[in-house]
Design a binder for this molecule. Structure first.
Ligand SMILES: Cc1cc2nc3c(=O)[nH]c(=O)nc-3n(C[C@H](O)[C@H](O)[C@H](O)COP(=O)(O)OP(=O)(O)OC[C@H]3O[C@@H](n4cnc5c(N)ncnc54)[C@H](O)[C@@H]3O)c2cc1C
Length: 374
């Protein structure tokens, strides 16, 4: 039994748990962070670190936009190793149908105050000379940016610790009780409230949660500075990211500050094994080469996989599960982007305060009315 009782125990030091811990500690709560592995070692280490405003739904837009503003406000404070890079996104339109989608997206963003720029074929080629000829154009979103997520998680934990938080590393929570958590080694840590931010493992601690693993593959190349200048994403990505059942790949490439290129991405449901699947990797790279033929000549350094935590309605679960257990999970492919807004919304609920955007769309209670995953 740990001698101390905390106001809040945060389970998981991924980017979401770490951001929540920092925000709780900032509010003056006494905080314990319990992490089974290492800080930022789960999906946070596997993800791309694209801070992106999305428009799949009003709720998704509100959360990504709010969070991006929080990242922007913090950008000067971020340590160098977080590699914050305001490179912007270009959504690439291969043909007329996708060009129409680029224009729809432009209007959606403009109506909500987000600056974008429609690119025709010529200005797309000028912006990104390594793209293949013949693409219709695209939509540049200059406000999007990129970070290196594990170092951001570490930064948030450091902020929490500076405000008095304690970290229990390499030790897993076995069960959540009404007054704290029991660790796998039998130790009990007491707390007024517990936050389950264990990412794709969150349902193992809170049975019945509508959160499923969605596997993704990524590859990183050697250093090729300026091979691409923006995060480039095919507009067809939206179709693949939105299907809830199929296996899918889409072109998504990110320039790192190191000069490396991070190439993604894939989505698979119903796969528990973490191994790289060669056929998925090959189709992901084939797709990337369709857009950037010069990739064929570059060397890759490493490939890996990670598990997104997906909910049926593609929105995270942020708020109370019961009186003393809060959830901050289910962020699928946007948890890096939305971690800061998640922390703000969670703490507003804990402190019984208004939040900057309405919390309703993200409340776990909505799941009682939602249809389950196919
Ligand atoms: C291929 C891929 C690309 C992505 N690209 C992007 C992107 O570009 N932009 C973006 O915004 N998002 C992206 N994401 C999504 C993003 O990575 C996740 O949404 C985010 O990292 C989730 O953070 P988390 O803290 O909830 O989970 P995690 O990072 O998985 O952290 C959960 C932590 O909980 C710990 N844990 C689990 N069980 C226990 C236990 N019983 N006791 C104690 N600790 C426990 C784990 O060890 C882990 O460290 C991507 C994801 C993938 C897989």
């Amino acid at each position: 039994m740990s001698s101390k009782t905390y106001d809040a125990i945060i389970i998981g030091a991924g980017i979401v748990g770490s951001a929540c811990a920092a925000e709780c500690a900032r509010e003056g709560l006494s905080v314990a962070i319990v992490e089974a592995g290492i800080i930022g070692g789960g999906a946070t280490a596997a993800g791309m670190g694209h801070l992106v405003v999305m428009d799949d739904s009003e709720a998704q837009f509100a959360l990504t936009r709010y969070s991006q503003q929080l990242w922007d406000e913090m950008s000067d404070e971020l340590p160098r190793e977080v590699e914050y890079d305001a490179c912007g996104t270009i959504w690439i339109a291969a043909g007329d149908e996708e060009m129409a989608e680029a224009r729809r997206k432009e209007k959606f963003y403009a109506d909500r105050g987000v600056k974008t720029e429609v690119l025709d074929a010529h200005s797309l080629a000028e912006a990104e000379p390594n793209l293949r000829p013949g693409l219709a154009g695209g939509l540049r979103v200059p406000g999007d940016s990129v970070i290196y997520p594990p170092c951001a998680a570490q930064f948030f934990v450091d902020q929490a610790v500076a405000k008095g938080a304690e970290v229990f590393l390499g030790t897993a929570v076995e069960t959540i009780a009404t007054d704290g958590v029991r660790l796998r080694d039998g130790t009990f840590i007491g707390a007024g409230l517990v936050v389950n931010s264990a990412g794709s493992s969150s349902p193992s601690l809170t049975p019945g949660l509508e959160v499923k693993k969605r596997k993704g593959h990524l590859l990183i190349t050697d250093r090729y500075p300026n091979f691409v200048r923006h995060q480039l994403v095919e507009l067809g990505y939206l179709k693949s990211a939105h299907t809830l059942t199929a296996e899918s790949v889409a072109f998504n490439i990110q320039p790192r500050k190191t000069g490396q290129l991070l190439i993604g991405s894939s989505r698979q449901f119903g796969v528990e094994e973490a191994q790289v699947n060669t056929s998925i990797l090959v189709s992901m790279l084939d797709r990337a080469v369709e857009y950037l033929p010069g990739l064929r000549k570059l060397s890759s350094l490493r490939t890996w996989t990670g598990f997104r935590a997906a909910t049926p309605d593609k929105l995270p679960l942020i708020g109370p599960h019961d009186e003393k257990l809060y959830l901050a999970t289910g962020h699928e492919g946007l948890g890096i982007t939305t971690s800061l807004a998640t922390a703000k919304l969670l703490v507003a609920q804990i402190m019984n305060r208004e939040s900057a955007i309405p919390v309703m769309p993200y409340l776990p209670a909505r799941m009682a009315q939602e249809p389950v995953h196919a």
